[in-house]
Design a protein. Sequence first.
Lengths: 347, 347
Amino acid sequence: MELDERKKKILQAVIRNYLETGEPVGSRTISKYTDLNLSSATIRNEMADLEEMGYILQPHTSAGRIPSDKGYRFYVDAMMEEKNREVVEMNELLVQRQDKMETLLKQVARVLAQNTQYATMISAPQTKRNKLKFIQLSKVDEEQLLAVIVIEGNVIKNNILSVQEELTDETILKLNILLNTNLNGLTIDEINLGIISRMKQQAGTHGAIVGEVIDAVAEAIRAEEDLEIYTSGTNNIFRYPELADQQRASELINTFEEKQLLGELLQETTAGNGAETTGIQVYIGEETPVHSMKDCSVVTATYELGDGMKGTIGIVGPKRMDYDKVVGTLRTIQTQLDELYRKKDND
Amino acid sequence: MELDERKKKILQAVIRNYLETGEPVGSRTISKYTDLNLSSATIRNEMADLEEMGYILQPHTSAGRIPSDKGYRFYVDAMMEEKNREVVEMNELLVQRQDKMETLLKQVARVLAQNTQYATMISAPQTKRNKLKFIQLSKVDEEQLLAVIVIEGNVIKNNILSVQEELTDETILKLNILLNTNLNGLTIDEINLGIISRMKQQAGTHGAIVGEVIDAVAEAIRAEEDLEIYTSGTNNIFRYPELADQQRASELINTFEEKQLLGELLQETTAGNGAETTGIQVYIGEETPVHSMKDCSVVTATYELGDGMKGTIGIVGPKRMDYDKVVGTLRTIQTQLDELYRKKDND
DNA sequence: GTTAGCACTCCTCTTTATTGAGTGCTAATA
DNA sequence: TATTAGCACTCAATAAAGAGGAGTGCTAAC
């Protein structure tokens, strides 16, 4: 059987209506509220066909039809009309000076959740190979040394080291030079035992400190490599009865709190299978890799903050989410983040 | 009417039983499972008295009794037997090197949630007046300057500043001396316009940079002053039917996500009204200042990490929470955090 | 190919028992 | 005077039965 123009129109009408109401859609509704001018009986025949083809299904014998995963998929792939959503607050917020990546990401998640009324998550941008850019030791007081470690992409980590011996300013200067000349530009894999022992030798009596600093560098890079994720609006799931029952809600909220699974989900998108052109991907129902979201749809978008720093934004809602709006909003935010980076760069 | 020994025993039995089962407790149950050797009829008379006195109440005419808020209060104040809870994982986790306060607090919240099966929250320790301890500018590359700001209590903040002019190492050294000599040891209120303009004058052509650094300092101190809160185990509320219905759960989860109200709640405890001796406080039902928790009990404990750095831990659960266990666990953790600080200090 | 008409299905909501745990009260007992 | 046995009564919870209605599939006519 073929999906002709009329069937498409009916399918679209069923899905649109179901997205709005969340109730099964009957033939009479379609007959009345479309410009097809067909009686409910005709619609019924067509709907029976659509059901046979797998695009819609009946919850029970005498109920209207609801879209199947296949139906949603067809809608998203072929019939969606992206709404170009203004994200007003977004603009205002982003203009503020945001030195801290963390604050920015939290805000994006928050605004997005308020805007869409779904649950949102966002992963911090990452480069694949983190290189060391800069190290600085300084004396905080007699017993404490501060090590500041800057990684490519201006990620900064701090570490307080306790020292026994009193260090002169000159010694610290020397250590700084030693550390920077030897380590700058290296990734974690490139800092090998050879380099380390050579440096310790050169440091002489202060070899121990060099060792500690190197440990701190390793830890800093590693910490940067595991994914930081911020979420918002998890309690929006209670807005949708099909997700709000105890078991489902509990599982979902747990997933959002644990964050580990979210990481895998977001990274799958960043890796970039499918939808490479736009960086936006839609998972419907069983398509999502995360089991607790099998009754949800997930829309993810990759964003780039220059330098190949890629992160991912995700929106989780019911299968009957407003795909048009969500995709539109995400695209707006992609653009805004891109602009933000450029602006910051030229500041 | 007086609360004699027998009435106390019966009250205790009612509460203990209700804590376990969550079901109203009948007279026959009490008669059978206590060593009072009284018939259910006698118990019924006593229970009628206890109800009149306000310690217990009936959900409806022909049901058993459940504790009232007043009943719980009496139990907590007079009849509780703290269980000295071993928090094994806690011990293991804390021994690990924890340079980052954030990681430590997240772990405490997490372990506590797993241990008690309630929702937990913890606020980062705070000093009242944050003094500047140390500033350091360094050149990351031609266009960027890194400002590291250390606040009393070894809280470290970073800031990248963009600069137009090329700065020599010597200039930076001078600026560092200028900043440290003028600002160290000052609180945010003590850095006034006089100091600022004097410094700018001394900095000459680099006045703009000084201005930016001072802004960064102000921001850093302010950021430190607003309360950071970490939560865990929010989805534990689904374990307790009396909290798991949609509306209540949604409100609670929202409170935990927004965090602002939690801050007020935790700070009320830190302020220290009541229970000063132990730093542990129990809010039952309507007693909590947070409306969404009116069907919950909240137990909070203040902890100290030396230097007058005080923070608060909170546990939120149903009114029939295992007070004995919760209070015992919190006390253990107080001790452990105290020991942790001492150990770190002598490292 | 389209439509009107009708019997049929099955969910939903309401109404009506039925059950059972637990009470309060009274009268008998120690 | 305190305790207890006994009994009628209450009321939530559960099940069973019935009414209503939205929507379908099918058939026959247009």
